[in-house]
Structure formats: C-alpha cells, structure tokens
Design a protein around this ligand. Structure first.
Ligand code: OXD
Length: 310
C-alpha cells in the first residue's frame, strides 16, 4: 500500500525520487512504473486529474497536490466525496514569488523595456526616475504569498495596499476588503498584483470593467491563475493605452498556443509559470506526512477546504 505519482504534465521521476529519499520503505509508483494492483494505492500525488482516474483506486485515502494551488484537482468531476485534498505550503514559495513580482514591477517602473529598446539603437538618453508615490502597489489576495509580496515592496519605499475577502492586518500595508473594497484598491494601484486562489468568486475577476478602474498607465502582474484574467480584455486595454504593461506567469491555457498574442505583444512580459517552484523534497515530505495523518485518522495539516477552493 502506498503512493502513486501522476504529476503530468510535470515529470513524475523527480517527485518519485524525492518520495523514495524521504521514505525509503514506502512503495512509490508512477505512470511508467504502475502499482501491482489499484487496491495498493493509498495516496495520489498530482497536479491535475483526468476524469475516471481516481475512482479506479478503491483504497485511496488522500490526494496531494504537487503545487500550492489545488484548483486543477478540484476541477475533477469525480472526486470521491470526503477524500482529503492537500496543497503544498513551502515558505520558500512566498519568497520566490515575491522576488519574481518585485523584478517584474521594477522592470516596468524603472523603464527597463524603454532602455532595452534604446540600447538596441545605441541610444544614450536618460529619462526621469518615476517617484515612489507614483508606484503604488496593490496586491489582490493577502494569504501567505500575498503577504510575502506586499512586505517585499515596503523597503523599496513604494506605498503598498492589499485586498482580501475578509479584513487582514498586515503591518505597513493599507488593507481593503470585500466587494466594496475592490474599486478602492484598484483606483490607487499603479502596479496591480494578482495573488488570489482560483475560486468561483475570482474566476474572470480581472476583466475590462475592473482593469479600467486602474490608473492610466498601470501595470498588471498575474501570479495567481490565468483564469482570473480575461486575456482579451487585457489586450484591448494595453492596445488602447490605458494599461502600461503586463507581466504574466499564468495563462488561461498553459502553455499558450504559439500564435497567442501574449508571446509577442510589446507590452507583455510572459514567463512559463515559474514565479515559484516548490522543492521536490518539500512536496514529497508533505505528501508522506499527509498519508501518515490519514492513516492515523487525523486531518492532514495542509488539507484544503473544498468549498472555499483553497
Ligand atoms: C501553483 C504552484 O500552485 O506553482 O501555481 O505551486
């Protein structure tokens, strides 16, 4: 009895190796090295789940995500009722995402695309540095990751605000909450960062109506989920000049098709979902802890609330 890694489209071997290092006595299987019988599978470690897969394992006790988000797992139509689902909680992920977001924000606020274009023309021309007051940062989502992002901006002198479903107190960060707080945050965000989980309430949240409320020239950084941003609306607002740029690490479809406009738009910085990558050893250790917890009749530490979606 033990763990089956179904991490497609991520390669399964690095996770399987990390599981074997963490628990050498625990059998670990993959699609390439399948379990001797479906009855033997107690835990599945996965990123997304095709229909028809989970019901084939009658002794499944826990489903573990390879990432921080579980939206792709929750989207499976045939999740066994009551099956605990866990997410990865790696403090390094907050650090990595904060590094990525700050790098993207500086890319725009310190005019690096403009200087790259000048360099290509061998042009030596200096532009005024944008004052910090005109680099107001608004972070959507003040969970562990959103808080790490918000805090990373404070030493740079940028005013930082955050928005969350329920009020959150983060030192140095101006807080907005609930539906009535969203327009207030948008109206004062020159840099808007999306770090929200994907839920029914956040799907499509960044659309023409909401993005139009950002100040003229604002930039959008999405490290949440692609489905939260209506890409066609973003493109229209970039082309119309209302928005100054966008850094996208997540997309409506991953990877975007080769002819997708995001690859070539001059105002877009597009990266392949790399803002943070949980270490394989952390993913493995938390999956094993979750399995030990359910075997002992306990709720795993990082079990998600299925109704809330995270
Ligand atoms: C995620 C991750 O959930 O990369 O996006 O962990």
């Amino acid at each position: 009895m033990a763990i089956l890694v179904l991490s497609h489209p991520l390669p399964s071997e690095p996770f399987a190796d990390a599981l074997r290092r963490a628990a050498p006595d625990m059998p670990v299987w993959t699609e390439q090295q399948p379990p001797p019988s479906p009855d033997a599978v107690e835990a599945v470690l996965a990123w997304r789940m095709k229909p028809g897969v989970l019901p084939a394992y009658p002794n499944l006790r826990v489903l573990c995500s390879t990432g921080a988000g579980v939206d792709k797992l929750l989207a499976a139509p045939d999740l066994p009722p009551g099956l605990p689902i866990t997410r990865v909680v790696d403090p390094q992920q907050g650090v990595q995402i904060a590094q990525y977001v700050v790098a993207c924000a500086l890319h725009f606020t310190r005019d690096l695309p403009l200087y790259a274009a000048q360099q290509a023309r061998a042009e030596w021309r200096r532009h005024p540095v944008r004052p910090s007051e005109r680099c107001r940062v608004g972070v959507l989502g003040l969970g562990a990751v959103g808080q790490a992002i918000a805090r990373a901006f404070l030493p740079l002198g940028y005013p930082v605000a955050g928005w969350s479903r329920r009020p959150q107190d983060v030192s140095g960060v101006r807080g907005f909450a609930g539906p009535e707080g969203l327009p207030l945050l948008l109206a004062q965000s020159d840099i808007l960062v999306c770090a929200l989980p994907l839920t029914d309430a956040t799907r499509g949240l960044l659309n023409r109506a909401t993005l139009s409320q950002l100040p003229q020239g604002a930039c959008v950084i999405n490290v949440g989920r692609g489905e939260q941003l209506v890409e066609a609306d973003l493109r229209a607002l970039l082309d119309e000049g209302h928005l100054g740029g966008a850094a996208l690490d997540v997309f409506e479809r991953e990877p975007p098709k080769p002819d997708n406009w995001v690859w070539t738009h001059p105002k877009v910085l597009a990266t392949p979902h790399i803002a943070a990558q949980a270490a394989d050893d952390v993913v493995a250790r938390q999956c094993i802890e979750a399995l030990h917890a359910v075997r002992a009749g306990r709720r795993p530490q990082h079990a998600v609330d299925r109704a809330a979606g995270y």
